[in-house]
Design a protein around this ligand. Structure first.
Ligand SMILES: [Fe+2]
Ligand SMILES: [Fe+2]
Length: 279
């Protein structure tokens, strides 16, 4: 620590005051002065840090004010409006009876890495196969729709997966707003960024949280949220291959191909297959 000698001497009554002190009194005075300086420096650093932290995240009103600065709505999916802001690329045609893995390879270009990383983390953390599958699928619907993606995602997969896995996908969205220290889950900074630092989730999210919190399957979506948050790592490249056995055991692949099976969600798969179709 740099000592401002003049300020220190002045605080003790100048050169004369210091001359009247014995060595022990001077040492005590110096120690007191250094402690006080250190405390001031820490307080200043803390308040700078708090100011920076407070500044880092917009308020909910500022997020709202951004709406009219865009040419699109924030809920639109990434295959429709890429976040790069660049022109879209021509897509490789899908096979005639596309499987889930084909979608990972040819359509989930934006969300696929994140979901693969989440599933990889869930596998490393010893999660059940159903939770690993839920992590693998949890955000891919954001290719077509981001708003309420938990509900959209569960619906997209519901005909092909267990009720419990659909439950995990549907409700991971609501649980992300609520911390659970028992499993080390904290409210994510990403949400402060996306929704504003003072954002309060709407009543349906609160009601959903309260329902899920008491549900026997609470830990299913909670584990998706836990393995979700820490999985953005550009240095980790995960492929679909390690999950093919789990997909084989838990994903009822329609023999006609996704989009061709006449299920209530087939049109959603066709939309992902052919997002350039104008109507
Ligand atoms: Fe999500
Ligand atoms: Fe996610």
């Amino acid at each position: 620590m740099d000592i401002d000698k003049k300020a220190f001497f002045d605080s003790l009554g100048g050169d004369d005051g210091v001359a009247r002190m014995d060595d022990e009194a001077r040492a005590d005075a110096l120690e007191t002065h250094m402690m006080s300086e250190l405390n001031s420096a820490i307080a200043a650093k803390k308040s700078r840090g708090e100011a920076a932290a407070a500044k880092k995240f917009p308020t909910a009103a500022e997020v709202e004010a951004q709406i009219e600065t865009r040419k699109y709505r924030s809920g639109v999916g990434f295959i429709m409006v890429p976040r790069s802001g660049e022109n879209v690329k021509r897509l490789t045609p899908m096979p005639s009876n596309p499987k889930l893995t084909d979608f990972f390879q040819l359509r989930f270009a934006d969300t696929g890495h994140h979901c693969l990383q989440s599933a990889n983390l869930a596998m490393k953390n010893g999660m059940s196969e159903e939770v690993i599958l839920a992590c693998l699928l949890h955000d891919v619907v954001q290719e077509i729709m981001r708003t309420d993606h938990g509900w959209w995602g569960a619906q997209l997969f519901e005909p092909y997966i267990s009720e419990k896995t659909a439950f995990a996908i549907r409700y991971h969205q609501a649980l992300r707003y609520y911390a659970d220290p028992s499993v080390g889950y904290e409210y994510p900074d990403l949400y402060r960024e996306l929704f504003g630092a003072d954002y309060v989730p709407p009543p349906y999210i609160q009601a959903t949280y309260e329902m899920v919190r008491k549900h026997k399957w609470y830990m299913e979506p909670r584990m998706v949220a836990v393995n979700d948050l820490y999985s953005f790592d550009p240095n980790v490249v995960v492929t679909i291959e390690p999950f093919e056995d789990i997909i084989g055991r838990h994903f009822k692949q329609p023999k006609e191909g996704l989009g061709n099976d006449g299920s209530p969600v087939a049109h959603m798969w066709r939309t992902i297959s052919r997002p350039d179709q104008p109507l």
